[in-house]
Design a binder for this molecule. Structure first.
Ligand SMILES: Cc1cc2nc3c(=O)[nH]c(=O)nc-3n(C[C@H](O)[C@H](O)[C@H](O)COP(=O)(O)OP(=O)(O)OC[C@H]3O[C@@H](n4cnc5c(N)ncnc54)[C@H](O)[C@@H]3O)c2cc1C
Ligand code: FES
Length: 328
């Protein structure tokens, strides 16, 4: 156990063995900025004022030699080697609505959705408290490092479900798709600030690119469960390559309401009844300058997330109306 002092004594928290500085800070109720939790976005950088830390991943993409020289470390990767003093700009936006908990989880079932997406259901020790749109970190046996996966179900259902896209040759997804029911994994969560805001009265746009399906399905289900479909229009855009990747909201393992308008954007070949093009272009063509009248949630590969942000910026959507996780 190490004591971590923030900003030379402004506050402190404890970091248990094996935990990282970011996750320990969030568990203790400190709003340390972050996004991916896996060393790729760089949002969690802090300055090490005193003490010694080591990184989980020495090859973390968001950490450079320049950072090392400036004593900057990634909170999601840094494990203290003793008591430390650190500096970062806390922001209440990052305070977790539910305390993230490290625990064990068991795979109970899995089911195919498309040729390369499966829905996995786990039961985990402790409460299943989270917000629609959030993710958990899964430690899969035999795989180095945890991977982030977003829940597709709702809290309080007694399980944690994830829609996961198989990456050819991917270490975690290859192992997950071979996992037998009853297998145990390490589990830590929930995380993410890209969760459903029920109190904002605007109509809602959900955009999922490929593997980004899971959190958008959870948010769509959260919207329905909260009764928001009574007075808000909800538009669900799904971006994929071709016909074989297509999904239908009514045919998901837990079907979504037919009050939600669905648009599929196929980047390779258009199919009858579906749009051709990239997700951000299809949404921009549909709404134009009215995009800014919506609360927008999106998830998917970093390149798609960057394109959606640029489109939203060009069409005058305030950043505060965008809620997203980039998948690395
Ligand atoms: C916030 C977030 C939510 C996500 N939600 C989903 C989801 O709901 N569904 C889905 O299908 N995918 C999701 N992803 C992507 C997912 O986490 C994996 O990146 C993806 O499944 C590929 O993993 P892989 O190991 O099979 O592929 P690989 O190609 O083997 O690994 C790819 C990823 O693992 C990282 N990595 C490599 N080594 C390590 C290590 N030692 N420690 C930690 N990370 C390492 C790489 O930087 C890369 O980002 C999400 C990603 C993020 C960041
Ligand atoms: S690099 Fe740490 S949260 Fe993304």
């Amino acid at each position: 156990m190490a004591k971590i002092s923030i900003d030379s004594g402004v506050a402190d928290f404890e970091c248990t063995d094996g935990d990282t500085i970011l996750r320990a800070a969030l568990r203790s109720g400190h709003g340390m900025p972050y996004s991916c939790n896996v060393g790729s976005c760089g949002n969690c950088k802090f300055v090490l004022v005193d003490g010694e830390v080591g990184h989980l991943r020495s090859d973390a993409p968001a950490w450079s030699e320049r950072d090392m020289k400036r004593k900057k470390w990634l909170g999601c990767q840094a494990r203290p080697k003793g008591d430390c003093t650190i500096k970062f700009r806390a922001d209440p936006e990052y305070l977790p609505p539910h305390q993230p908990i490290r625990r064990r989880a068991r795979l109970t079932q899995s089911q195919s959705i498309t040729h390369d997406i499966r829905e996995f259901r786990f039961e985990a020790d402790g409460p299943d408290d989270f917000r629609p749109g959030q993710y958990a970190l899964l430690e899969i046996p035999g795989v180095e490092g945890a991977r982030a996966y977003s829940m597709c179900n709702l809290p309080g259902e007694g399980h944690w479900s994830f829609q996961i896209k198989k990456v050819p040759g991917g270490a975690a997804t290859e192992a997950l798709f071979d996992l037998e029911p009853g297998s145990e994994i390490g589990f830590d969560g929930p995380y993410s600030t890209a969760y459903l805001r029920e109190d904002i009265p605007r109509d809602i746009i959900l955009m999922a690119g490929g593997s980004g399906l899971s959190p958008m399905v959870s948010i769509a289900r959260g919207i329905e469960a909260a009764g928001l479909l009574e007075d808000r229009k909800v538009h669900f855009f799904y971006g994929c390559r071709s016909k074989e990747d297509l999904i239908a909201l009514a045919e998901l393992p837990t079907p979504l309401s037919d009050k939600i308008t669905f648009y599929a954007a196929l980047s390779e070949n258009a199919e009858a009844g579906h749009r051709q093009g990239f997700l951000h272009d299809v949404a921009a063509n549909e709404f134009g300058e009215h995009l800014k009248d919506h609360e927008i949630y999106f998830a998917g590969p970093a390149v798609m997330a960057a394109a959606v942000q640029k489109t939203a910026y060009d069409l005058g959507v305030p950043m505060s109306q965008l809620h997203f996780d980039e998948f690395y």
